[in-house]
Design a protein around this ligand. Structure first.
Ligand SMILES: NC(=O)c1ccc[n+]([C@@H]2O[C@H](COP(=O)([O-])OP(=O)(O)OC[C@H]3O[C@@H](n4cnc5c(N)ncnc54)[C@H](O)[C@@H]3O)[C@@H](O)[C@H]2O)c1
Length: 357
């Protein structure tokens, strides 16, 4: 494959005013593909025609590639890669539809994987069956502090990894980035069990999906390493956003208050502080993610943004919500189909007050 044809499902309306109601992420994906010499932007579909037209004008997509219906767009354009940049509740149906179209070689879908655990598994299964490369935009992995913290960990500066902790954001919307990062530090191992509790007293709907106000969850990976998520008021648990606890010290990774990696080791010579001017160099994190996705497709290697890795993170998140519903530990693999948080809101078990926003 020399030249890669790229199309988009869900363009968004306005990339200039990002909010939890709309970031127009497709523009960031498109900028990233445009940086690559071998990619051509050939089609886009959005149920709001003006959105697709404005996007097509920005990226010189020919009129014949602009549609409201993504299936018509796929049939007309036959793209090699499709970026799916729609709200989470639509991801499963659209990814499965793209895979079943038979014309697409790769799908790069925005996070979180899907609204439900059943949807997430179906996406992975249908793509696997049809030999379609499926990746998710957990692009923060490509940030310098994360890459360097992982190198330090692998170099043994804090001994053997015992626990990964995050205290940032929430458990689903940006939690999918956070848990994915924990899994990255622990060599992409799957979890064996998860136990959790949450508080949801004020409605927090992001990109159309409920997110709790506070979560505390603990899980154990199949290699004995533990994970902890503490969000909302519990974000103060550590000074940093991620803490990697080893047998001989810990590494703090800071993302929000500053960009930094701080090593605190029993070996005084190993202790150090690294700070960063920007999350990435040589392009944004999404630029790096898209470059990885395209390279994986062309070379046949597995991208680290692959569905298997995303499933590991998603299973911990839905497993944590399921633990709240069951009031007990959840042993994995997870056998539910739904999203327990959404289900608990729907049946009145949780009744968050409307938000002021
Ligand atoms: N990677 C990140 O850090 C990051 C940041 C923000 C948002 N996101 C994710 O990106 C995804 C998209 O969010 P956004 O903020 O770009 O949304 P957006 O609302 O800006 O754009 C989504 C577009 O999809 C269109 N759409 C909806 N259903 C469709 C369908 N069935 N077919 C075709 N078009 C359809 C809408 O009309 C809209 O134009 C979400 O999953 C969100 O969580 C990721």
């Amino acid at each position: 494959m020399s030249d890669v044809s790229v199309a988009f499902v869900g363009t968004g309306a306005d990339p200039e005013t990002p909010s939890v109601d709309g970031f127009a992420m497709a523009y960031q994906h498109a900028d990233a593909y445009e940086r690559l010499d071998d990619c051509r932007l050939t089609g886009c579909a959005d149920i709001v025609r003006e959105n697709a037209e404005a996007f097509a004008e920005t990226y010189d997509i020919p009129d014949g590639g602009v549609f409201e219906d993504y299936e018509q767009m796929l049939a007309a354009v036959e793209p090699d890669i499709v970026s799916v940049c729609t709200p989470p509740s639509t991801h499963a149906e659209l990814v499965v539809g793209c895979a079943k179209s038979g014309v697409v070689d790769a799908i790069h879908c925005e996070k979180p994987m899907a609204l439900t655990w059943g949807g997430a598994r179906r996406m992975a299964q249908e793509c696997e069956r049809r030999g379609v490369q499926l990746t998710f935009n957990h692009m923060r992995r490509f940030g310098q502090p994360f890459r360097e913290a992982k190198e330090l960990l692998d170099d043994g500066v804090i001994g053997t990894l015992q626990r990964v902790e995050y205290s940032w954001g929430n458990f689903y919307d940006n939690g999918t980035h956070a848990v994915d990062m924990c899994n990255y530090f622990n060599d992409e191992r799957p979890a064996a069990w998860v136990i959790g509790q949450l508080d949801y007293h004020e409605e927090d709907v992001r990109f159309g999906t409920h997110n709790e106000n506070q979560v505390f969850a603990c899980w154990e990976y199949d290699n004995g390493v533990h994970g902890i998520a503490a969000t909302g008021p519990a974000e103060t648990m550590n000074e940093s956003d991620w803490r990697l606890v080893g047998s001989e010290g810990f590494i703090d990774v800071h993302l929000t208050d500053e960009l930094a990696v701080r090593v605190r080791s029993l070996d005084p010579d190993a202790c150090e502080d690294r700070t960063y001017e920007s999350l990435t160099t040589g392009g944004s994190a999404i630029d790096h993610a898209i470059a990885d996705v395209v390279d994986a497709l062309k070379s046949g290697r597995t991208s680290e943004l692959c569905a298997a890795n995303a499933l590991n993170a998603t299973e911990i998140i839905f497993g944590g919500y399921e633990s709240v519903r069951r009031r007990g530990r959840v042993d994995l693999p997870l056998t539910i189909d739904d999203n327990p948080l959404e289900a608990m809101v729907d049946d009145g078990t949780l009744s968050p007050a409307p938000s002021d926003d």
